[in-house]
Design a protein around this ligand. Structure first.
Ligand code: ATP
Ligand code: MG
Ligand code: MG
Length: 554
């Protein structure tokens, strides 16, 4: 779409193309660490990178940044692939940083040979204490001037498992006086006796992020490596590491940064999401209350709604908080177009039509989706005993109450006009039944004068004898605070909403008994719901995706 304005990353790409960078050499990547499930923040990065691939007809790699076996698992790799696919994107090549361990090791040897890396035998505390401050140069390690020979031997022994964890590290010899603290002889390798989900126990030294990321980009010939702002200071090191290995006839990757997205009323850090799972605040990574892609999927979100949301918020140069209600807006907008309308009563109140023949039933025509003609019609059973919502009836109410009250009239959606005549209460004074009369000539769509008569309210309902029971899971925000992880004196877990899940039993129209897991519906006048995977032949389970703002206009 030529009329679409470019974002600042696209401007950078355009500028490079303008300077003669060949379009066919453009390549992007999405580089998740498989230490958790993808969340809505990742969706921004996925849509950005894969979106660039689509715009420039360039390949996009899915790269697993798997250099920390202490936190990474195959389960996460599988979940990430499923989520990216579900969002609607196809990667060119599936890559793993761990596939480059040998190449990275060989390059590390080269750096040692050139006097640009050394084995430091101090503890991590000692090394940290020598870093200096932004205004004061750091102190050189006593091992900084080790001979190439000794460094090669020690590094070899590190690799061969001859030392304990923490005994030695490999550091790049850059500049202990740099104003950029990251340039003060950064660590390239550490010893770690942990089995890796792919390389198992082949390695007991693992490369650090900075040493791995740019070199991986180079190996894959990624042209533009996009990451979040916290890596802006790392760019100098990214470039320094590339300087050591780049060949002039190959593409030199370029790191550029965009702002990490935060979202109101939730957290999007895998570490914190893992805490929610492990401490049982939610039932798993795909709990419908989680801001994960798998949670949103289970909740009933569509890939389109997430992509539209990511497109709308775009990318930014500064960190900020995006209101989750914007995400809800997008799913509501999409489901309005595609979700069949059905009748479901969440808090049933018995309604008896006293002048309707006993034991009789009729089937009414109901439009499946006014937004989509091709969705057609279905038949709804109607009978003497129905259920309506408790909150749709009051004995007395003022003129603004466009629902049912004693002596008042409403239309039953797709059915008749009824008038409330009396009601019955239990010993506590709760209304347990409403008695009505109906106008037999007022049937919707029958074309009679009475059927066209306007009454103020239209209610949804189900036939008591035909309705099926369903468990309905009503989700609310997981946190009561807008920015749960932005408080100095409190932890994000202090803001957990104790009422984030309410389970009720609803009465739904009988056709829903055959609905399949994942199917989405609009419960008229209530909201959007989908069938949860816990549903089975004995039990129908719905998740509330999002509430409905508007009630029927007509
Ligand atoms: P987390 O704190 O959740 O672990 P991360 O950045 O360490 O986040 P990665 O798996 O490394 O997670 O992320 C893969 C890519 O997605 C990176 O390029 C990262 O910058 C981007 N990304 C992660 N979180 C967000 C976010 N909230 N907004 C935008 N991009 C994000
Ligand atoms: Mg990361
Ligand atoms: Mg991380």
């Amino acid at each position: 779409d030529a009329s679409k304005s470019l974002n600042f990353i696209e401007h950078i790409v355009e500028e490079d193309l303008g300077k003669g960078f060949p379009k066919e050499k453009l390549r992007f990547r999405f580089p998740p660490e498989p230490n958790g499930y993808l969340h809505i923040g990742h969706a921004s990065s996925i849509c950005l990178n894969f979106g660039l691939g689509i715009t420039y007809e360039a390949p996009v790699n899915l790269r697993f940044d798997d250099t920390n076996p202490a936190k990474e698992e195959q389960e996460y790799v599988d979940a990430i692939k499923e989520d990216v696919k579900w969002l609607g994107y196809e990667w060119d090549t599936e890559c793993f940083a761990s596939d480059y361990f040998q190449q990275l090791y060989d390059w590390a040897i080269k750096l040692i040979e050139e006097g640009k890396a050394y084995v430091d035998s101090q503890s991590s505390e000692e090394i940290a204490s020598q870093k200096g401050t932004p205004t004061e140069a750091g102190t050189a390690s006593p091992f900084r001037e080790r001979s190439v020979e000794e460094n090669l031997q020690l590094f070899q022994k590190m690799k061969n498992g001859e030392f304990k964890e923490g005994e030695h590290v490999l550091r790049a010899k850059v500049d202990m006086a740099s104003s950029n603290m990251l340039m003060r002889d950064p660590i390239m390798y550490r010893i770690l006796y942990r089995a890796h989900h792919r390389t198992n126990t082949d390695w007991c030294i693992y490369p650090m992020y900075d040493w791995t990321h740019g070199e991986s980009d180079y190996i894959e010939q990624v042209s533009h490596s996009l990451c979040t702002l916290e890596f802006a200071m790392h760019r100098e090191l990214y470039d320094w590491f590339l300087d050591q290995i780049v060949d002039s006839d190959r593409v030199r990757p370029k790191q550029r940064e965009f702002a990490r997205r935060n979202f109101s009323h939730t957290v999007v850090s895998k570490r914190k999401l893992l805490q929610l799972v492990e401490q049982g605040f939610v039932k798993g990574w795909d709990d419908p209350r989680m801001p994960t892609i798998s949670g949103l999927r289970r909740r009933g979100y569509t890939p389109e709604s997430i992509r539209n949301f990511a497109d709308t918020i775009g990318i930014a140069k500064r960190d900020n908080v995006v209101d989750v209600s914007l995400l809800e807006f997008h799913v509501r907008e999409h489901l309005n177009k595609i979700a069949p309308r059905v009748m479901a009563v969440l808090n049933p109140l018995k309604l008896v039509i006293t002048n309707y023949p006993e034991g009789e039933e009729e089937w009414l025509d109901a439009e499946n989706n006014p937004e989509d003609e091709s969705a057609g019609f279905r038949q709804l059973p109607f009978s003497k005993e129905l259920y309506i919502e408790q909150e749709d009836f009051k004995e007395e109410a003022n003129r603004k109450f466009f629902r049912l009250k004693l002596g008042g009239e409403v239309r039953l959606k797709n059915g008749y006009i009824i008038k409330a005549e009396s009601c019955t209460k239990d010993t506590d004074g709760n209304i347990v039944e409403v008695q009505c009369t109906y106008d037999p000539k007022s049937k919707s769509g029958s074309g009679t004068e009475e059927s066209l008569r306007k009454v103020k309210g239209t209610l949804h309902w189900v036939s008591a004898g035909h309705a099926v029971e369903a468990e309905v899971r009503l989700y609310d925000r997981l946190f009561t605070d807008e920015t749960p992880d932005a408080h100095k004196d409190k932890e994000f877990l202090d803001f957990i909403n104790p009422d984030s899940l309410k389970v009720i039993t609803a009465k739904v129209e009988p056709g829903l008994a055959n609905a399949k897991v994942g199917e989405r519906f609009q419960f008229q006048r209530i909201g959007y719901f989908n069938i949860d995977e816990d549903s089975g032949p004995e039990k129908l389970v719905f998740n509330r995706t999002v509430g409905l703002r508007d009630t029927w206009a007509k």
